[in-house]
Design a protein around this ligand. Structure first.
Ligand code: AMP
Ligand code: MG
Length: 426
């Protein structure tokens, strides 16, 4: 058996980022920038008001209250050729361009318009620049918008859109073929023929890919037959950046994925017994003709998922240009005893982690810890990493890998005691 980190290193060393492509902004969310992006336009593009109020000359407000004559009204999106002379002001809306001559805004709440609408009383002194958003205050020409390696978030896409960009250079999302293997798999509908089982792994693995935003390609089911397996893998390679199979990597008589990978990879493969439970066997290789990485995952549904988390996901993230490859590992207090026997392996227990009302991470195992018990995985959002030994007691801290971070619930209620605004004070 080899340690987990050594197996992970073997896989990652044979995977490198896919060559960059230009993607339109609407499909670039979650992709990784291949180059640093520098701003070519100022945002905001012109000085504008951050409040509804009056544009004026700050000097005119010394000794406020003062009365100024109103010479017009400026709406957002309209550029009016107005100039503010001493003693004058213009009504202005949020986002509207600051008129020539003006250097500040007085918010409408601090003003009172005369009944005829021709003048306004400014209630207090205003300083130059008040409520004015100068050009380039958000992003200036030449600013680094995002360095190479950035994972594009909705905010990044907005910043790029504000530059007038329609596309962006990124590492593409890997297209990943998913294949189930085994004579026992029945992919039809209706009642099961004797000795057959339904194919679970293809559904799960395609969904795991989709959750990451990657494009899964359904390669179907193939029996335990060497020539069909060779044919399928060879033809899939041209349309996939990676291939994930399940089944056929153990030591059974018909465990052919390993055998086929040996033939197709021209030596660039390894069949590993990783010191973990579940998901001990893993075949990984790179096809000789296309350099496509192929992951031969074990067939038991929980093993396939755990193997995906530990090996496939980090490797596909590397193909996609990501620099952070692994899931978040947190320390949580065990709510229950976690008993195990020493067997030289790291155990990965299906578990549910939560944040309690004190803000502390707590974890408990789900019921059913064998590698065919997928239901316990469905109820889990994390994997407890229990090192070789006799386990841990309730109350002890354990390391937990968050495989479904979005489902971690928090009992913490946050009461914000924000300072009250001036306007709210009695
Ligand atoms: P193998 O890795 O081929 O020895 O399979 C190990 C176990 O996983 C066996 O019980 C298989 O029947 C089961 N298995 C293999 N592939 C699948 C699949 N796609 N869906 C559900 N169970 C599977
Ligand atoms: Mg099999």
């Amino acid at each position: 058996m080899i340690p987990l980190d050594q197996a992970q290193r073997f896989v990652l060393d044979l995977c490198s980022p896919l060559p960059p492509v230009e993607l339109t902004l609407d499909v670039a969310l979650g992709c990784v920038l291949s180059d640093t992006v520098v701003a070519s336009e100022q945002v905001p593009p012109f000085a504008n008001s951050s409040m509804d109020g009056y544009a004026l000359r700050a000097d005119d407000t010394s000794g406020a209250p003062v009365r100024l004559s109103v010479i017009g009204s400026i709406m957002a999106g309209h550029s009016l050729d107005l100039a503010i002379a001493p003693g004058q002001a213009a009504r202005i809306m949020t986002g509207a361009p600051l008129p020539r001559g003006a250097d500040a805004i007085c918010m409408v709440e601090e003003t009172e318009t005369t009944p005829d609408g021709r003048s306004v009383v400014i209630g207090r002194e205003v300083h130059p620049g008040d409520f004015v958003r100068p050009p380039g205050r958000d992003v200036d020409t030449g600013d680094v918008i995002a360095p190479a390696g950035t994972v594009l978030t909705p905010a990044h896409l907005g910043v790029l859109a504000a530059q007038g960009a329609t596309g962006v250079e990124v590492h593409p999302r890997p297209r990943v073929g998913v294949l189930s293997t085994g004579d026992e798999l029945f992919s039809g509908t209706g009642s099961l023929p004797p000795g057959k089982i339904r194919d679970t792994n293809r559904r799960t693995l395609l969904a795991l890919l989709r959750r990451e935003g990657w494009d899964g390609i359904d390669l179907g089911v193939v029996g335990d037959d060497e020539s069909s397996l060779i044919e399928l893998l060879s033809s899939a390679a041209s349309k996939c950046d990676a291939i994930v199979t399940s089944g056929g990597v153990s030591v059974g008589d018909l465990d052919l994925v390993r055998v086929v990978l040996e033939k197709l990879s021209a030596g660039r493969m390894r069949w590993m017994q990783v010191a973990i439970r579940p998901a001990k066997p893993l075949a990984f290789g790179v096809l000789a003709d296309s350099a496509t990485p192929v992951f031969g995952l074990p067939g038991n549904p929980v093993s396939a998922m755990v193997s995906f988390e530990l090996f496939v996901r980090p490797a596909l993230r590397r193909l996609g240009g990501h620099r952070v490859l692994h899931r978040l590992l947190v320390s949580a207090t065990a709510d229950v005893d976690l008993r195990r026997q020493a067997d030289g392996k790291l155990h990965l227990l299906r578990a549910r982690v939560r944040v309690d009302d004190q803000g502390s991470w707590r974890v408990r195992t789900t019921v059913g810890q064998e590698s065919h018990q997928l239901h316990a995985m469905a109820e889990a959002n994390s994997l407890i990493l229990l090192p070789d030994g006799m386990g841990a007691h309730a109350g002890q801290p354990v390391s937990v890998l968050l495989v479904d971070p979005d489902s971690v619930s928090s009992d913490t209620s946050v009461v914000l005691h924000a300072p009250r605004s001036r306007a709210e004070l009695p």
